[in-house]
Write a protein that binds this ligand. Structure first.
Ligand SMILES: [Zn+2]
Length: 316
């Protein structure tokens, strides 16, 4: 399962943001939220992988796209079968969850504190309307159901939620089974729906950006939880605090740069981000990497490839 671009961006930013930055703790919290969400989606994936489907099926996880109004949709999972479609929204909430349907108000009480949340039923209903409109456009008749799945088994669902499609992950098999038992009319060709959804899919860009001056510079030590910098010496990096040595950390640092700043990097940008003063050393490293190179003289820049993290095994 793939993390969204935004998730990857925040993951790197959480490692690179200066610890005294105004937003530092907000970014750490957002990263925790995204990780929790991803963990929840994986739990749903496990539940669906363990289910015996009565028909063919295809599941999209973390489906992202834009609608005709220019707004985005991020759908945790879409289950496509020849008879029906189900949209899943996964929530990893703790505490006691309540719903006031007339007001569309969704809240929880946790540690005696009441907290309002964006209503997940409304969220997933919006996806349903969108998907139904797409299907009409594609002239496909198939019912679209939705469910909000609570991935935290310690959460308590109040009775006020009883009439709504919101339940613990363990309820997923039963929910799907019930739909199979009451099939509606459908003229659908499953592979056509899957092909159309693949065409509609569009990985959304990160929802924020950051200026370079707010980031920790240098090659950061993984063993020190990205707190301390590593010095370059004869092809490898050594942590100034714990003494850890690494060659591969070069690729990880290039990955950080690519995620936060983009795929183009010049010698000057490389020196600044890696904290290596020597132009010559940086030229050597950059030319040995063998990246695609564009421009001339001071305008020269290199393109960091998308799969830079998998480069670790390559010899430098
Ligand atoms: Zn270290």
């Amino acid at each position: 399962m793939q993390k969204s671009k935004h998730h990857l961006y925040i993951e790197v930013l959480a490692k690179r943001i200066l610890s005294d930055d105004m937003e530092a703790s907000a970014i750490q919290q957002e990263f925790q939220r995204l990780e929790a969400g991803f963990f929840g989606e994986n739990r749903l994936k496990q539940a669906l992988s363990d289910f015996y489907f009565k028909t063919d099926h295809h599941i999209f996880y973390n489906f992202e796209c834009m609608n005709d109004n220019g707004f985005s949709h991020q759908i945790d999972a879409i289950l496509v079968t020849p008879l029906f479609i189900v949209i899943f929204e996964v929530k990893l909430l703790s505490g006691v969850l309540f719903y006031k349907p007339a007001q569309h108000e969704f809240f929880r009480i946790h540690n005696e504190k009441r907290e309002n949340f964006r209503n997940p039923l409304d969220q997933v209903y919006r996806h349903q309307l969108f998907l139904e409109q797409c299907l009409r456009k594609w002239q496909i008749t198939i019912p679209v159901y939705f469910a909000v799945v609570i991935a935290n088994q310690h959460a308590i669902l109040d009775e006020s939620l009883e009439k709504f499609p919101i339940f613990h992950i363990s309820g997923v098999p039963n929910f799907i089974e019930n739909i199979y038992r009451n099939p509606a009319n459908s003229n659908s060709n499953m592979s056509l729906i899957v092909a159309n959804l693949n065409r509609l899919y569009q990985a959304l860009p990160p929802r924020r950006s950051i200026s370079l001056d707010r980031l920790k510079k240098g090659v950061l030590c993984r063993q020190c939880d990205y707190e301390n910098v590593m010095n370059y010496h004869y092809g490898s990096f050594t942590c100034v605090v714990c003494g850890a040595k690494s060659r591969d950390v070069l690729f990880e640092t290039l990955y950080h740069y690519r995620v936060l700043m983009g795929d183009k990097i010049s010698n000057r940008q490389f020196r600044e981000f890696f904290g290596i003063a020597s132009i010559k050393t940086c030229s050597n490293i950059l030319s040995r990497l063998g990246f695609d190179k564009y421009g001339t003289k001071r305008g020269t820049y290199y393109i960091i490839p998308e799969n830079i993290l998998t480069w670790s095994k390559k010899k430098l």
